[in-house]
Design a protein around this ligand. Structure first.
Ligand SMILES: C[S@@+](CC[C@H](N)C(=O)[O-])C[C@H]1O[C@@H](n2cnc3c(N)ncnc32)[C@H](O)[C@@H]1O
Ligand SMILES: [Zn+2]
Length: 270
């Protein structure tokens, strides 16, 4: 099993009773759910709050993004092997990694899966899935894992931290990510904004990585209830940026057909 490293002195952390302890005596409690908080004290927590976490869980658990889940679990399986380590950076409530974990079990791939997120609420919610994923509250900008310890880094819609991904990946390690394409959720934006904009899609080059593959995953979602529509809205960044008046327009909509459009890119560490 891969051990976490101490966020203070970077030494390996070992389990001692109900804590993780490094040789310099820094000690971190293991929660009843088996998670550990490795965020350095004093660092602000900019992670998702409980409402966003619950919105994403409600929406994703209904299977609306199943085509994307399928691409992600199959891509992860393609680059995995027995004994490999997959790290989900900004894992949220682990919708994707829990799905990957089930898929690996069905394919007899015996991998170690770790999820980190800066949001305590997200990590708590992820822990209640009991999907065998090791979870820590930690930042992608200070990953509590040793250099060259991971085979795959997965980052789904979380902040990009290229130098940390490069540090924790083994030589030739794989980085998998997804990003919204131009028309992603356009109908939802049209329902809220007077002048909806299309997403800008930046180029797929990432320093230190070679692009191995890129594919699009586009599908239509028939949102059947206002609750589903609100959950989708609340799990997006629009939730922060929208005025109360615009947001209230959604209350009058009971169903909506919305397109979801993602790019999925796979990179190899150079
Ligand atoms: C849009 S959500 C995506 C969650 C999950 N990957 C998914 O796709 O379902 C972004 C996540 O990144 C987390 N996050 C934000 N800043 C972070 C940081 N510096 N380190 C780790 N996680 C972070 C948030 O708490 C949130 O759970
Ligand atoms: Zn320490």
């Amino acid at each position: 099993m891969l051990n976490f490293i101490c966020p203070v002195c970077k030494k390996e952390l070992y389990t001692k009773e109900k804590s993780l302890l490094c040789e310099n005596g820094h000690c971190f409690d293991i929660s009843r759910k088996g998670t550990v908080n490795l965020l350095r004290t004093g660092k602000a927590n900019h992670g998702d709050d409980k409402r966003m976490v619950m919105a994403r869980k409600t929406f994703l658990d209904k299977g609306y993004y199943e085509p994307l889940h399928a691409v992600i679990r199959e891509t992860a399986a393609e680059y995995s092997y027995d004994g490999c380590t997959l790290l989900d950076c900004g894992c949220g409530e682990c919708s994707y990694t829990a799905d990957i974990s089930r898929h690996f079990i069905s394919k007899n791939i015996n991998a170690e899966i770790i999820g980190i997120d800066v949001s305590k609420e997200a990590i708590n919610c992820a822990a209640s899935r009991h999907s065998g994923i090791r979870l820590a509250v930690a930042s992608v900008f200070d990953i509590p894992l040793p250099d060259k310890s991971c085979d795959i880094v997965l980052a789904m819609f979380s902040p990009f931290s290229g130098s940390e991904y490069l540090r924790v990946l083994k030589d030739g390690g794989i980085y998998i990510t997804a990003y919204p394409l131009e028309d992603h959720l356009f109908e939802l934006k049209k329902a809220v904004y007077d002048e909806p904009y299309r997403n800008e899609v930046s180029d797929t080059g990432v320093d230190g990585f070679e692009l191995l593959s890129q594919k699009d995953c586009k599908f239509r979602m028939e949102l059947k209830t206002n609750e589903d529509l609100i959950s989708l809205f609340e799990m997006t960044p629009y939730c922060y940026k929208t005025s109360k008046t615009d947001r209230e327009k959604l209350d009058r909509i009971s169903a909506l057909s919305v397109c979801a459009e993602f790019g999925i890119a796979v990179y190899r560490k150079k």
